[in-house]
Design a protein around this ligand. Structure first.
Ligand SMILES: [Zn+2]
Length: 245
């Protein structure tokens, strides 16, 4: 056991005994860890306000590898107040946190934490949460070991592509298209752009609803075909979208 400071985001909080909380924190240093916050439910506790979900902070902890660590104190980096005051942003961020946790379970890489932070900061800045979510979904494919080919035809490497195919793992050219739906050329351009874009550099993106729908359908199908991930928060998001249509 050693006392150390980790940079992290609380993705889950559960009551633990009468007065304490059990936290799941995604950290830059160790991936996803379980941390006991003793006395955190008590009104007088100094750690009460820093042990809620979506807190981004430097956490001083007694770290035990593979076991339950203990929280000593936390220094908030960003409280994400804008996200927390908007139901749509909260819903997307809940999904992002669950997805990130699943990706980290399959492959621990500190770059995944950096991507998560960059994405949350952009949503906090009020950049379209749906689009930022799509960018993360696309970038995580790398860490899940299932990169799509958004450069050339996935079969023959021809650079003249006509659509994107989940089945074939990316773009396809006119000779290799079979029963695939022909996507809008703007969708193809955007899939590639969102996959490669540096999240930090995004200041504004406007995309029509028609293109957004095509992008989302492609990503959803890709995930269900290749990842085997089934996330409750994603199902919830879909329900919200149906209501708002
Ligand atoms: Zn081809």
């Amino acid at each position: 056991m050693n006392i150390t400071t980790v940079q992290g985001i609380i993705i889950n909080e559960k009551p633990y005994s009468e007065t304490s909380k059990l936290l799941t924190i995604i950290t830059k240093e160790y991936g996803s860890i379980s941390v006991l916050a003793k006395g955190a439910k008590s009104i007088k506790s100094k750690i009460r306000t820093v042990t809620t979900r979506l807190t981004y902070a430097n956490f001083q902890i007694k770290y035990r590898e593979g076991k339950l660590s203990t929280l000593i104190c936390a220094d908030i980096i960003n409280p994400f107040n804008n996200i927390k005051s908007n139901l749509s942003k909260i819903s997307y961020c809940s999904y992002i946190l669950e997805l990130t946790n699943q990706v980290l379970k399959q492959n621990y890489n500190s770059k995944i934490f950096d991507l998560l932070v960059e994405a949350l900061l952009k949503i906090e800045e009020s950049i379209d949460e749906e689009l930022i979510t799509n960018i993360l979904e696309l970038k995580y494919l790398n860490y899940l070991g299932i990169n799509p080919n958004f450069d050339t035809c996935s079969i023959c490497n021809n650079s003249k592509v006509i659509t994107a195919s989940v089945e074939k793992g990316g773009f396809v050219c006119v000779s290799h298209v079979r029963n695939e739906r022909i996507l809008n050329p703007k969708t193809l351009k955007l899939l590639r752009m969102l996959y490669y874009i540096d999240i930090n550099k995004i200041t504004k993106i406007n995309i029509s609803n028609e293109i957004k729908v095509e992008i989302n359908e492609f990503i959803d199908e890709y995930y269900s075909k290749y990842t085997g991930l089934y996330l409750n928060t994603k199902q919830f998001l879909k329900k919200i979208k149906q209501i708002s249509l």
